[in-house]
Design a protein around this ligand. Structure first.
Ligand code: APR
Length: 310
Protein backbone atom coordinates (compact mmCIF):
# COMPACT_ATOMS: atom_id res chain seq x y z
CA UNK A 1 0.00 0.00 0.00
CA UNK A 2 1.27 3.42 -0.93
CA UNK A 3 1.08 6.47 1.25
CA UNK A 4 -1.08 9.30 -0.06
CA UNK A 5 0.77 12.12 -1.78
CA UNK A 6 -0.25 15.74 -1.36
CA UNK A 7 1.30 18.63 -3.27
CA UNK A 8 0.96 22.19 -2.03
CA UNK A 9 1.56 24.80 -4.72
CA UNK A 10 2.82 28.09 -3.31
CA UNK A 11 5.22 27.88 -0.39
CA UNK A 12 4.34 31.24 1.11
CA UNK A 13 2.69 31.82 4.48
CA UNK A 14 -0.41 29.75 3.74
CA UNK A 15 1.25 27.01 1.70
CA UNK A 16 4.00 26.39 4.26
CA UNK A 17 1.56 26.39 7.18
CA UNK A 18 -0.71 23.97 5.30
CA UNK A 19 2.21 21.64 4.55
CA UNK A 20 3.21 21.53 8.21
CA UNK A 21 -0.34 20.79 9.39
CA UNK A 22 -0.78 18.06 6.74
CA UNK A 23 2.44 16.42 7.87
CA UNK A 24 1.57 16.66 11.56
CA UNK A 25 -1.71 14.87 10.84
CA UNK A 26 0.13 12.26 8.75
CA UNK A 27 -2.35 12.68 5.92
CA UNK A 28 0.33 11.79 3.37
CA UNK A 29 3.76 12.69 2.05
CA UNK A 30 3.92 16.39 1.27
CA UNK A 31 5.54 18.14 -1.70
CA UNK A 32 5.86 21.90 -1.33
CA UNK A 33 6.22 23.72 -4.66
CA UNK A 34 7.14 27.30 -5.51
CA UNK A 35 8.74 29.16 -8.42
CA UNK A 36 12.39 28.42 -9.38
CA UNK A 37 13.53 31.79 -7.94
CA UNK A 38 12.28 30.62 -4.53
CA UNK A 39 13.74 27.11 -4.67
CA UNK A 40 16.24 27.58 -1.82
CA UNK A 41 13.71 28.90 0.69
CA UNK A 42 11.17 26.27 -0.40
CA UNK A 43 13.64 23.45 0.18
CA UNK A 44 14.71 25.08 3.44
CA UNK A 45 11.16 25.32 4.79
CA UNK A 46 10.46 21.68 3.90
CA UNK A 47 13.66 20.44 5.53
CA UNK A 48 12.99 22.52 8.63
CA UNK A 49 9.53 20.93 8.92
CA UNK A 50 10.94 17.45 8.37
CA UNK A 51 13.40 18.04 11.20
CA UNK A 52 10.43 18.61 13.50
CA UNK A 53 9.16 15.09 12.76
CA UNK A 54 11.28 13.24 15.37
CA UNK A 55 10.15 15.69 18.03
CA UNK A 56 6.50 15.63 17.08
CA UNK A 57 6.52 11.98 16.07
CA UNK A 58 5.14 12.09 12.55
CA UNK A 59 6.32 9.68 9.86
CA UNK A 60 5.66 11.85 6.85
CA UNK A 61 8.13 12.93 4.21
CA UNK A 62 8.19 16.59 3.21
CA UNK A 63 10.19 17.96 0.30
CA UNK A 64 10.52 21.41 -1.25
CA UNK A 65 10.92 21.84 -5.00
CA UNK A 66 10.23 23.96 -8.06
CA UNK A 67 9.87 20.94 -10.33
CA UNK A 68 6.48 19.41 -11.02
CA UNK A 69 8.25 16.09 -11.69
CA UNK A 70 8.38 15.77 -7.91
CA UNK A 71 4.59 16.13 -7.68
CA UNK A 72 3.96 13.22 -10.06
CA UNK A 73 0.85 11.19 -9.26
CA UNK A 74 -0.31 13.29 -6.33
CA UNK A 75 -3.65 12.26 -4.88
CA UNK A 76 -4.45 15.82 -3.90
CA UNK A 77 -3.04 19.18 -4.98
CA UNK A 78 -3.71 22.32 -2.97
CA UNK A 79 -3.20 25.67 -4.70
CA UNK A 80 -2.13 28.61 -2.52
CA UNK A 81 0.11 30.24 -5.15
CA UNK A 82 -0.44 33.80 -6.21
CA UNK A 83 -0.23 37.29 -4.92
CA UNK A 84 -2.21 39.01 -2.22
CA UNK A 85 -3.64 42.44 -3.02
CA UNK A 86 -1.10 45.16 -2.46
CA UNK A 87 -1.68 48.86 -1.87
CA UNK A 88 -2.38 50.55 -5.21
CA UNK A 89 -3.41 47.29 -6.86
CA UNK A 90 -6.96 47.23 -8.18
CA UNK A 91 -9.19 44.25 -7.64
CA UNK A 92 -9.14 43.67 -11.40
CA UNK A 93 -5.32 43.65 -11.45
CA UNK A 94 -5.36 41.02 -8.72
CA UNK A 95 -7.84 38.87 -10.63
CA UNK A 96 -5.79 39.01 -13.82
CA UNK A 97 -2.47 38.37 -12.08
CA UNK A 98 -3.75 35.40 -10.12
CA UNK A 99 -5.62 34.06 -13.16
CA UNK A 100 -2.27 33.83 -14.97
CA UNK A 101 -0.77 31.98 -12.01
CA UNK A 102 -3.77 29.58 -11.90
CA UNK A 103 -3.45 28.82 -15.62
CA UNK A 104 0.28 28.17 -15.36
CA UNK A 105 0.11 25.91 -12.30
CA UNK A 106 -2.99 24.05 -13.50
CA UNK A 107 -1.31 23.09 -16.77
CA UNK A 108 1.56 21.56 -14.79
CA UNK A 109 -0.73 19.82 -12.30
CA UNK A 110 -2.80 18.21 -15.05
CA UNK A 111 0.34 16.91 -16.77
CA UNK A 112 1.88 15.41 -13.64
CA UNK A 113 -1.23 14.27 -11.73
CA UNK A 114 -4.09 13.71 -14.18
CA UNK A 115 -6.21 11.88 -11.61
CA UNK A 116 -5.79 14.18 -8.62
CA UNK A 117 -8.29 16.26 -6.72
CA UNK A 118 -7.54 19.98 -6.56
CA UNK A 119 -8.44 22.38 -3.75
CA UNK A 120 -8.02 26.09 -4.54
CA UNK A 121 -7.42 28.73 -1.88
CA UNK A 122 -5.99 31.62 -3.93
CA UNK A 123 -8.17 34.72 -3.93
CA UNK A 124 -10.59 35.73 -5.29
CA UNK A 125 -11.36 32.11 -4.51
CA UNK A 126 -14.64 31.64 -6.39
CA UNK A 127 -13.25 33.01 -9.67
CA UNK A 128 -9.90 31.26 -9.24
CA UNK A 129 -11.58 27.89 -8.64
CA UNK A 130 -13.61 28.47 -11.81
CA UNK A 131 -10.38 29.23 -13.69
CA UNK A 132 -8.72 26.04 -12.49
CA UNK A 133 -11.84 24.02 -13.40
CA UNK A 134 -11.90 25.41 -16.95
CA UNK A 135 -8.15 25.11 -17.44
CA UNK A 136 -7.90 21.57 -16.05
CA UNK A 137 -10.75 19.98 -17.97
CA UNK A 138 -11.30 17.91 -14.81
CA UNK A 139 -14.81 16.88 -13.79
CA UNK A 140 -16.44 19.38 -11.46
CA UNK A 141 -16.30 17.08 -8.43
CA UNK A 142 -12.48 17.06 -8.51
CA UNK A 143 -12.02 20.85 -8.48
CA UNK A 144 -13.02 22.38 -5.17
CA UNK A 145 -12.55 25.82 -3.65
CA UNK A 146 -12.03 26.73 -0.01
CA UNK A 147 -14.00 29.50 1.64
CA UNK A 148 -16.87 28.33 3.81
CA UNK A 149 -14.81 26.27 6.25
CA UNK A 150 -12.81 29.40 7.03
CA UNK A 151 -15.83 31.71 7.13
CA UNK A 152 -17.72 29.39 9.49
CA UNK A 153 -14.59 28.92 11.61
CA UNK A 154 -14.49 32.68 12.13
CA UNK A 155 -18.20 32.76 12.93
CA UNK A 156 -17.81 29.85 15.39
CA UNK A 157 -14.87 31.58 17.08
CA UNK A 158 -16.87 34.74 17.68
CA UNK A 159 -19.93 32.82 18.90
CA UNK A 160 -17.80 30.77 21.33
CA UNK A 161 -16.35 34.01 22.70
CA UNK A 162 -19.82 35.54 23.02
CA UNK A 163 -21.26 32.55 24.91
CA UNK A 164 -18.07 31.58 26.74
CA UNK A 165 -18.48 28.02 25.46
CA UNK A 166 -16.22 25.51 23.75
CA UNK A 167 -15.75 26.09 20.02
CA UNK A 168 -16.29 22.34 19.62
CA UNK A 169 -20.00 22.67 20.34
CA UNK A 170 -20.66 25.58 17.99
CA UNK A 171 -21.70 25.01 14.39
CA UNK A 172 -22.10 27.63 11.70
CA UNK A 173 -23.44 27.78 8.19
CA UNK A 174 -22.56 30.08 5.33
CA UNK A 175 -23.56 30.35 1.69
CA UNK A 176 -22.29 32.40 -1.22
CA UNK A 177 -19.05 33.90 -2.45
CA UNK A 178 -15.96 34.41 -0.33
CA UNK A 179 -16.30 38.10 0.25
CA UNK A 180 -18.17 40.75 2.15
CA UNK A 181 -21.42 39.59 0.50
CA UNK A 182 -21.25 36.06 1.92
CA UNK A 183 -24.52 34.87 3.45
CA UNK A 184 -24.14 33.44 6.98
CA UNK A 185 -27.32 31.46 7.79
CA UNK A 186 -27.85 31.94 11.50
CA UNK A 187 -31.00 29.80 11.54
CA UNK A 188 -28.85 26.77 10.68
CA UNK A 189 -26.27 27.54 13.40
CA UNK A 190 -26.24 25.90 16.81
CA UNK A 191 -24.49 25.61 20.18
CA UNK A 192 -24.73 22.01 21.38
CA UNK A 193 -27.79 21.51 19.20
CA UNK A 194 -29.56 24.62 20.56
CA UNK A 195 -30.41 27.24 17.90
CA UNK A 196 -28.17 30.30 18.34
CA UNK A 197 -31.17 32.58 17.88
CA UNK A 198 -32.48 31.38 21.25
CA UNK A 199 -29.13 31.98 23.02
CA UNK A 200 -27.85 35.28 21.63
CA UNK A 201 -29.84 38.53 21.29
CA UNK A 202 -30.49 39.56 17.68
CA UNK A 203 -28.33 42.69 17.80
CA UNK A 204 -25.33 40.68 19.07
CA UNK A 205 -25.91 38.02 16.40
CA UNK A 206 -26.06 40.73 13.73
CA UNK A 207 -22.73 42.10 15.00
CA UNK A 208 -21.15 38.61 14.88
CA UNK A 209 -22.42 38.09 11.33
CA UNK A 210 -20.99 41.45 10.29
CA UNK A 211 -17.62 40.68 11.90
CA UNK A 212 -17.58 37.30 10.12
CA UNK A 213 -18.25 38.96 6.76
CA UNK A 214 -15.34 41.32 7.30
CA UNK A 215 -13.16 38.67 9.00
CA UNK A 216 -10.51 38.60 6.27
CA UNK A 217 -10.19 42.39 6.29
CA UNK A 218 -9.85 42.47 10.09
CA UNK A 219 -6.76 40.25 9.88
CA UNK A 220 -5.32 42.18 6.91
CA UNK A 221 -5.51 45.46 8.80
CA UNK A 222 -3.94 43.96 11.93
CA UNK A 223 -1.10 42.25 10.05
CA UNK A 224 -0.36 45.39 8.08
CA UNK A 225 1.42 43.43 5.38
CA UNK A 226 -0.24 40.27 4.14
CA UNK A 227 -3.39 38.29 4.79
CA UNK A 228 -4.59 35.52 7.11
CA UNK A 229 -2.88 32.15 6.88
CA UNK A 230 -3.23 30.05 10.05
CA UNK A 231 -7.01 29.62 9.87
CA UNK A 232 -7.00 29.34 6.05
CA UNK A 233 -4.37 26.57 6.29
CA UNK A 234 -6.34 24.74 9.00
CA UNK A 235 -9.44 24.96 6.81
CA UNK A 236 -7.62 23.48 3.82
CA UNK A 237 -6.41 20.60 5.97
CA UNK A 238 -9.92 19.82 7.22
CA UNK A 239 -11.15 19.58 3.61
CA UNK A 240 -8.10 17.52 2.61
CA UNK A 241 -8.72 15.08 5.46
CA UNK A 242 -12.39 14.66 4.51
CA UNK A 243 -11.39 13.72 0.96
CA UNK A 244 -8.29 11.62 1.68
CA UNK A 245 -10.01 9.62 4.44
CA UNK A 246 -13.34 9.45 2.58
CA UNK A 247 -15.09 10.89 5.61
CA UNK A 248 -18.19 12.08 3.71
CA UNK A 249 -18.34 15.19 5.86
CA UNK A 250 -20.87 17.93 5.33
CA UNK A 251 -18.63 20.95 4.79
CA UNK A 252 -19.18 24.19 2.94
CA UNK A 253 -17.07 24.35 -0.22
CA UNK A 254 -16.87 26.32 -3.43
CA UNK A 255 -18.63 24.04 -5.91
CA UNK A 256 -19.61 24.27 -9.57
CA UNK A 257 -23.33 24.97 -9.81
CA UNK A 258 -25.49 23.63 -12.59
CA UNK A 259 -28.87 24.90 -11.45
CA UNK A 260 -28.57 24.32 -7.72
CA UNK A 261 -29.95 27.28 -5.75
CA UNK A 262 -31.18 28.63 -9.12
CA UNK A 263 -27.68 29.45 -10.39
CA UNK A 264 -25.50 27.87 -13.02
CA UNK A 265 -22.16 28.18 -14.73
CA UNK A 266 -20.24 29.49 -11.76
CA UNK A 267 -18.34 28.31 -8.69
CA UNK A 268 -19.98 29.37 -5.42
CA UNK A 269 -19.86 28.49 -1.72
CA UNK A 270 -22.55 25.93 -0.83
CA UNK A 271 -22.92 23.03 1.62
CA UNK A 272 -21.42 19.87 0.15
CA UNK A 273 -20.55 16.30 1.02
CA UNK A 274 -16.78 15.81 0.78
CA UNK A 275 -15.39 12.31 0.40
CA UNK A 276 -13.16 10.24 -1.83
CA UNK A 277 -15.00 11.53 -4.90
CA UNK A 278 -14.23 15.13 -3.92
CA UNK A 279 -17.52 17.03 -3.95
CA UNK A 280 -19.85 14.06 -3.90
CA UNK A 281 -22.98 16.17 -3.58
CA UNK A 282 -24.17 19.76 -3.32
CA UNK A 283 -26.80 19.94 -0.60
CA UNK A 284 -29.73 22.16 -1.53
CA UNK A 285 -31.86 23.89 1.08
CA UNK A 286 -35.04 25.90 0.91
CA UNK A 287 -34.17 29.57 1.36
CA UNK A 288 -36.38 32.38 2.59
CA UNK A 289 -37.01 35.30 0.23
CA UNK A 290 -34.50 37.44 2.17
CA UNK A 291 -31.86 34.71 1.97
CA UNK A 292 -32.48 34.28 -1.77
CA UNK A 293 -31.99 38.02 -2.26
CA UNK A 294 -28.77 37.99 -0.20
CA UNK A 295 -27.48 35.03 -2.21
CA UNK A 296 -28.34 36.80 -5.47
CA UNK A 297 -26.27 39.80 -4.33
CA UNK A 298 -23.35 37.48 -3.57
CA UNK A 299 -23.72 35.76 -6.97
CA UNK A 300 -23.74 39.19 -8.67
CA UNK A 301 -20.45 40.12 -7.03
CA UNK A 302 -18.84 36.76 -7.97
CA UNK A 303 -20.03 37.25 -11.57
CA UNK A 304 -18.62 40.76 -11.66
CA UNK A 305 -15.20 39.37 -10.66
CA UNK A 306 -15.61 36.62 -13.29
CA UNK A 307 -16.28 39.27 -15.95
CA UNK A 308 -12.66 40.38 -15.57
CA UNK A 309 -11.35 36.90 -16.43
CA UNK A 310 -9.84 36.58 -19.89
N1 APR B 1 3.96 28.85 -9.00
C1 APR B 1 4.22 28.52 -7.72
N2 APR B 1 4.21 29.41 -6.72
C2 APR B 1 3.94 30.69 -7.02
C3 APR B 1 3.62 31.10 -8.34
C4 APR B 1 3.65 30.12 -9.36
N3 APR B 1 3.39 30.42 -10.61
N4 APR B 1 3.39 32.45 -8.31
C5 APR B 1 3.52 32.85 -7.04
N5 APR B 1 3.86 31.79 -6.26
C6 APR B 1 4.15 31.76 -4.83
C7 APR B 1 4.97 32.94 -4.35
O1 APR B 1 6.33 32.82 -4.73
C8 APR B 1 4.76 32.86 -2.85
O2 APR B 1 5.73 32.07 -2.19
O3 APR B 1 2.97 31.82 -4.06
C9 APR B 1 3.38 32.17 -2.73
C10 APR B 1 2.31 33.04 -2.10
O4 APR B 1 2.66 33.19 -0.77
P1 APR B 1 2.43 34.52 0.09
O5 APR B 1 2.83 35.70 -0.73
O6 APR B 1 3.03 34.31 1.42
O7 APR B 1 0.82 34.61 0.19
P2 APR B 1 -0.14 33.86 1.21
O8 APR B 1 -0.38 34.73 2.39
O9 APR B 1 0.29 32.46 1.44
O10 APR B 1 -1.49 33.87 0.36
C11 APR B 1 -1.61 33.11 -0.82
O11 APR B 1 -3.92 32.68 -0.46
O12 APR B 1 -5.39 33.54 1.10
C12 APR B 1 -4.96 33.61 -0.21
O13 APR B 1 -5.37 35.90 -0.82
C13 APR B 1 -4.36 34.96 -0.51
O14 APR B 1 -4.27 34.61 -2.86
C14 APR B 1 -3.50 34.64 -1.68
C15 APR B 1 -3.00 33.22 -1.38
Amino acid sequence: LKRKKISVIGAGFTGATTAFLLAQKELGDVVLVDIPQAEGPTKGKALDMLEASPVQGFDTNIIGTSSYEDTKDSDLVIITAGVARKPGMSRDDLVQTNQKVMKAVTAEIVKSSPNCHIIVLTNPADAMTYTVFKESGFPKNRVIGQSGVLDTARFRTFVAQELNLSVKDITGFVLGGHGDDMVPLVRYSYAGGIPLETLIPQDRLDAIVERTRKGGGEIVSLLGNGSAYYAPAASLVEMAEAILKDQRRILPAIAYLEGEYGHEGLYLGVPTILGKGGIEKVIELELTEDEKAALQKSVDSVRSVMSVLS
